[in-house]
Design a protein around this ligand. Sequence first.
Ligand SMILES: Nc1nc2c(ncn2[C@@H]2O[C@H](COP(=O)(O)OP(=O)(O)O)[C@@H](O)[C@H]2O)c(=O)[nH]1
Ligand SMILES: [Mg+2]
Ligand SMILES: [Zn+2]
Length: 329
Amino acid sequence: MSKRKLSDQQKNRIAENQQKEFNDVGVSDSLQQAKSNGRVISHYGQQVEVEILHGVDSGSVIRCHQRANLPPLVTGDFVLWEPDTDDRGVIVAQSDRRNVFGRPDAQGQLKPVAANLDYVLIVFAVVPQAFLNLVDRYLVAVTQLGLEPIIVLNKIDLLSEEKHEYIDNMLSIYRALNYPVFEVSALEGDGISALEELLKTKTTVLVGQSGVGKSSLINRLGFEELAEVGDLSQSKYKGTHTTTTARLYHLRHFDLIDSPGIREFSLGKMAPADVLKGFIELREVSTLCKFRDCSHQSEPDCAVQSAIANGEISADRFSSYQRILNSME
Ligand SMILES: Nc1nc2c(ncn2[C@@H]2O[C@H](COP(=O)(O)OP(=O)(O)O)[C@@H](O)[C@H]2O)c(=O)[nH]1
Ligand SMILES: [Mg+2]
Ligand SMILES: [Zn+2]
């Protein structure tokens, strides 16, 4: 790595030129990535860790601070960095994001968690207990952000007779809607290879309640003890928060991003029409209601109520939808 010192003026000019190149119109995603020389893999206080993408140091990680004129960076961002002091770098430009996953803060503003994703893996588990509504909230967020969801049930080694029916019902609902659904055990390895096939060459962020086994899945998918795994038993099956910021694991066949443990995923404020987009079956049928502003509760000729009555639409999904709408009021 070059340790040649540049004057501030030189550095600024280089940064400006690079920023200009980045902002060129009509540059495709892959070109944007080709122009970057690093990818943010984690946060460390005010600094970020960047994986070096090109050259002899490719694959190694450098701690960088960022120019003040840059927006906050998130895990998965492609960046342009330069050597700064001996073992540190400085980020001088951020490549346009292809997409971003985030969660709304208290003010309803999106707080980005990870960028440049192929899939969002929505993980739920047998323990802590799975809820349709939580998965649905993730689906609404993922759909609104234009991302591709994959639904994963983990801990199938813990499935008992009594839990089977409840969980089978959930799985069949999502399968009927054509979402990719996987049943796995991070502990015992069941179902992992099928999931691996789908994730190959992709960047995937794992989301879900803490304690469902996201870090364990990453370990299993990576065949290495990569991520710190919390001990569920010590916290009364509520899950612990060992992962505090999103971290990207660049593995041999794929990139996986472990996201911070979020006990409850809240959607913040959204327009009802945006909520509806996350319920694909309701969106289709509701266009057939007699009244355009039908609330699908007691209006005459409501296509949604008819579809529920004849079993075309799951009543559980409809109540889940209403619960989300009510939570926005
Ligand atoms: N029985 C069982 N336990 C699991 C499985 N996957 C994870 N766990 C346990 O669940 C707890 C939480 O896992 P962790 O990966 O930290 O969850 P995270 O908070 O979603 O990252 C740990 O005690 C894991 O050992 C699984 O497939 N089966
Ligand atoms: Mg974790
Ligand atoms: Zn209706």
